[in-house]
Ligand binder design. Structure first.
Ligand code: GUN
Length: 287
């Protein structure tokens, strides 16, 4: 068997086109332009790349993008003051504070100071609670992108066994909530799970979000399963820097029914969903 490759890049382009269309209509009919503010503290090179990419894609769909770059030694009070200013600004519909923050800053405190209605990451404790109780919330972008690809690939997910490998607040936990919301039977597995291989072999849907290069080989995958690989790991192979996922792609693709590649799978969907969330926040704020 050879798996269908789920083209996240093409899917993300479709989502962005839909968002751009909606943004154009908001402008024409209501004179509204959604605005996304991104806050970056420090000079982490990977974060700088993400933030640049977010800004570029935000303006490409017709939204306003503002970037707030603060030095690595920014005092917590100054960061909280900036967030308070963005919370109060009606031109700002979405606020994203790029993580990780430098160690001296309390990430939970900072995230929970964002107006939940502008929390386009869906990380605020109110949004976490709303998602966990099946209420309308802002949904974290990466799991939302995974869910959209799974629904497009499989139609109804009802009754399927879903295994999420990874228990982070950003991906694993919200992913499990979303799959439960779509009536999957959900297992959250992680590095301490006993006989992880056997747990994975029971999965009709396998979401890998552990951050360990190629940890999941093909013989952990049920024939015909749908595999979503959230991992983006930079490794060196044959003296060359390369990107790999948490799943060993070649062996997995020989067994799975469908699989997301790395790069070009989940990654592009994350920013597309950020734009979709900013649009949602704008629409909710304006009735
Ligand atoms: N750093 C890595 N992924 C993310 C994300 O989805 N949102 C934010 N704010 N920071 C991140």
């Amino acid at each position: 068997m050879s798996a269908t490759i789920i083209d996240g890049k093409a899917f993300a382009a479709t989502v962005r086109a839909q968002v751009a269309d909606h943004v154009a209509r908001l402008k024409a009919d209501h004179g509204l332009t959604p605005g996304l503010a991104v806050v970056l503290v420090g000079e982490d090179p990977a974060s700088e790349v993400y933030v640049r990419s977010k800004g570029k894609q935000t303006t490409e769909v017709g939204m306003n993008s503002t970037e707030h770059k603060l030095p690595a030694d920014t005092a917590e009070a100054d960061l909280l003051a900036l967030i308070a200013q963005l919370n109060a600004d009606p031109a700002v519909n979405g606020i994203l504070v790029q993580l990780p923050l430098p160690d001296h800053l309390d990430s939970d405190l900072v995230i929970n100071s964002i107006d939940p209605a502008k929390d386009v990451d869906g990380f605020h404790i109110s949004n976490v609670g709303l998602l966990g109780t099946g209420q309308k919330s802002m949904v974290p972008c990466t799991p939302l992108g995974c869910l959209m690809m799974l629904r497009a690939q499989l139609g109804s997910l009802s009754g399927l066994n879903a295994v999420v490998v990874g228990r982070s607040n950003i991906v694993g936990k919200p992913m499990a909530q979303l799959l439960l919301g779509d009536s999957c039977t959900v297992t959250i597995a992680h590095s301490r799970t006993k006989d992880l291989a056997e747990v994975c072999r029971g999965a009709d849907i396998l979401v890998a979000a552990v951050g360990r290069p190629e940890m999941i080989p093909g013989d952990w995958i049920k024939p015909g399963a749908t595999v979503v690989d959230v991992g983006i790991n930079r490794i060196e192979r044959d003296g060359k820097k390369t990107l790999v996922g948490d799943v060993a792609f070649a062996s997995a693709a020989a067994v799975a029914g469908a699989i997301t590649p790395v790069p070009g799978g989940v990654g592009p969907m994350t920013i597309a969903c950020l734009l979709a969330n900013t649009l949602t926040a704008t629409c909710r704020a304006n009735g």
